[in-house]
Design a protein around this ligand. Structure first.
Ligand SMILES: NC(=O)c1ccc[n+]([C@@H]2O[C@H](COP(=O)([O-])OP(=O)(O)OC[C@H]3O[C@@H](n4cnc5c(N)ncnc54)[C@H](O)[C@@H]3O)[C@@H](O)[C@H]2O)c1
Length: 438
């Protein structure tokens, strides 16, 4: 393919070298004449393992050149990748001025270019940017609508500086957000032969995944550093603990606990978080990220309450009370805390949880429920149908298949507030359905 790459920084320069190596004809574009001159001299404008040789060889073969001339670059290519910087403004919002300027300049040339052209945004931008900000600028400057020989794609870049060429050849996945079929096809052709799954999705989802990847990586680093600092203060080797910790690929380094849903609770997680915070305090180690966990969890319970209470309906059927399905352990269950809050605010509550039988409760579990919801016996129902009688809002903490069928069958005009995200419920429920994170 004939490809132009706008922005010859870390992402752009690596893309130029690697795409030329894949067999494409590449033109790099930058407003910085020094970077343009370096590429044309066969040198890399960035320091990265292997990239010097890749660029030198591509320029020697005539597969790569650079220019500051936008018109020549757009006319000489069928796909334009945009990888200009999107730095933070003082208020933390990303500065999208360079992206906007490049799109406007490309669109201006496309106004008089007849052949189809695909514009691919690779810079990291907030969800919604491609559709809401970039699309109108492109359509206005090009004088034609998307679909009319014009495609717009968001294709996030996952390279890490220091290993970027290797990362290009071994991407974790290729994510393509496009506004039309031609956009998907162009990116699939561009990276043909590279390993890893190819995901076709919307631009907004692709933009969100890229943002979250970096936030998650930052959270992981902060977690490891806070953990290591507390452990060191306790006379331990934080590195050794984390090495063993990371060997658990079932619960720790895995998709476990990464599904948006309701708050954490139960007899272990809140207790152990509190215990670790105490340890940090005793050793005077500041761990603000871990210190925010309980507050964040509480905010999530409040979010669920606000969602339920939003429109003044007072009769609530709550499905699930134990901290997770299949147990009657209600100690520190966030659903108990939610129920308690609803009762305190005067809501009428009917509760169904197949595994909670008051007659069988004992010990700490009984003490907890007696303290938090003293009249639970009056609220518990034996069947899903019993809980649904007269319900105006149905709250699904957790529910087995039979209970979910009853909910779908009998919801009527009631709103459904789903805290769990059961696919069947989501698919079958009507317009009154709303999830806490979806
Ligand atoms: N660096 C990374 O590891 C990495 C990884 C993935 C994604 N990203 C994202 O990719 C984007 C680019 O990052 P980077 O690190 O390569 O940035 P960078 O600052 O290294 O390079 C940006 C380049 O764009 C050029 N430029 C600015 N305005 C221009 C214009 N109007 N026309 C042409 N060129 C112009 C600049 O001169 C510069 O050479 C950012 O959104 C970043 O968040 C970066």
């Amino acid at each position: 393919m004939r490809v132009s790459v706008f922005g010859l920084g870390y992402v752009g320069a690596v893309s130029c070298g690697c795409l030329a190596e894949l067999g494409h004809q590449v033109i790099g574009v930058d407003t910085n004449p020094g970077k343009v001159a370096m590429i044309n001299a066969g040198e890399s404008p960035v320091v990265e393992d292997q990239i010097g040789e890749l660029i030198a060889s591509a320029v020697r073969r005539g597969a790569l050149r650079a220019t500051a001339d936008v018109e020549a670059a757009v006319r000489g290519s069928e796909v334009s990748l945009i990888s200009v910087a999107t730095p933070s403004k003082p208020n933390y919002a990303p500065d999208l001025a360079a992206v906007e300027a490049v799109v406007r300049a490309i669109g201006g040339v496309l106004r008089t270019k007849q052949e189809p052209h695909v514009i691919v945004l690779r810079s990291t931008v907030p969800p919604g940017t491609t559709e809401q900000l970039i699309r109108p600028i492109l359509e206005e400057s090009a004088g034609r609508a998307l679909g009319d020989r014009l495609s717009l794609v968001f294709n996030p870049e996952f390279l890490r500086e220091g290993s970027s060429v290797r990362d290009f050849h071994e991407p974790p996945q290729t994510i393509i957000g496009s506004l039309d079929e031609a956009g998907y096809v162009a990116i699939e052709r561009l990276y043909a032969g590279l390993p890893g799954p190819v995901v076709r999705t919307s631009c907004r989802v692709a933009e969100s995944v890229k943002y979250l990847c970096n936030v998650f990586h930052a959270m992981k680093i902060v977690f490891a550093n806070e953990a290591g600092s507390v452990l060191k203060a306790c006379g331990l080797d934080g590195g050794e603990v984390m090495r063993i910790f990371c060997q658990d690929t079932q619960l720790n380094i895995s998709p476990a606990y990464l599904r948006p849903g309701f708050a954490f609770g139960g007899s272990c997680l809140p207790k152990e978080v509190k215990g670790f915070l105490t340890l940090a305090r005793e050793h005077d180690v500041a761990i603000p990220a871990m210190g925010g966990l309980l507050e964040s969890n509480e905010a999530h319970i409040r979010r669920a309450y606000d969602l339920i209470a939003r429109d003044g309906r007072r009769k609530v059927a709550l499905f699930g009370l134990a901290f997770k399905p299949g147990t009657d352990d209600m100690r520190d269950s966030p659903l108990v805390l939610l129920a308690e809050r609803l009762l305190g605010k005067g809501f009428e509550l009917a509760i169904f949880d197949r595994f909670v039988k008051l007659s069988r409760l004992m010990g700490k579990n009984k003490d907890f429920i007696d303290r938090e919801i003293p009249h639970l016996d009056r609220l518990l129902r034996d069947t899903p149908e019993g809980a649904l009688v007269g319900a105006e809002v149905i709250v699904v903490g957790h529910a087995d298949e039979q209970a979910r069928s009853a909910i779908v069958a009998r919801a009527g005009d009631a709103r459904i507030v789903d805290l769990s995200g059961y696919a069947d419920l989501r698919n079958a429920a009507g317009p009154g359905y709303e999830g806490i994170c979806w």
